[in-house]
Design a protein around this ligand. Structure first.
Ligand code: 5GP
Ligand code: ZN
Length: 113
């Protein structure tokens, strides 16, 4: 997707602070962190939101959660972390490329606002 912000970040056209990368997944620090740890984990393939997850691409999503567990171990997030994906306008999705927010380093309320 030519005009997708996160596709540009994956290609290195927009700089980012990389946390993890492999053939199919990229993770980087959020530019406007909402917690001491705020990492975005994204598929390199352009998938527009969680509503577009299907039998053909769900293995990639499973892999994203494996990556999240590895990041949690590497960063020592034993106290806990939260993973959130906003899907669609009413949920506050501002970038239309599937991404999982990984938040840690403070307490979180439930339910979220
Ligand atoms: P959403 O609102 O779609 O759930 O999440 C988009 C996230 O992308 C926001 O938390 C926002 O701070 C982050 N973001 C937007 N633009 C950039 C950018 O250029 N670089 C980085 N690292 N994060 C960004
Ligand atoms: Zn994209």
């Amino acid at each position: 997707m030519n005009d997708c912000l996160f596709c540009k970040i994956i290609k290195g056209e927009i700089p980012s602070s990389k946390v993890y990368e492999d053939d199919t997944v990229y993770a980087f620090n959020d530019i406007e962190p909402q917690a001491p740890v705020h990492i975005l984990i994204i598929p390199k393939e352009h998938i527009s939101s969680a509503a577009e997850i299907n039998a053909d691409n769900s293995k990639l999503v499973a892999h994203i959660f494996e990556v999240a567990a590895k990041i949690a171990e590497d960063k020592g997030l034993a106290d806990g972390f939260r993973i959130v994906t906003n899907c669609g306008d009413s949920a506050g999705q501002s970038v239309k490329h599937l991404h999982f927010h990984m938040l840690a380093g403070r307490d979180f309320t439930w339910p979220p606002g």
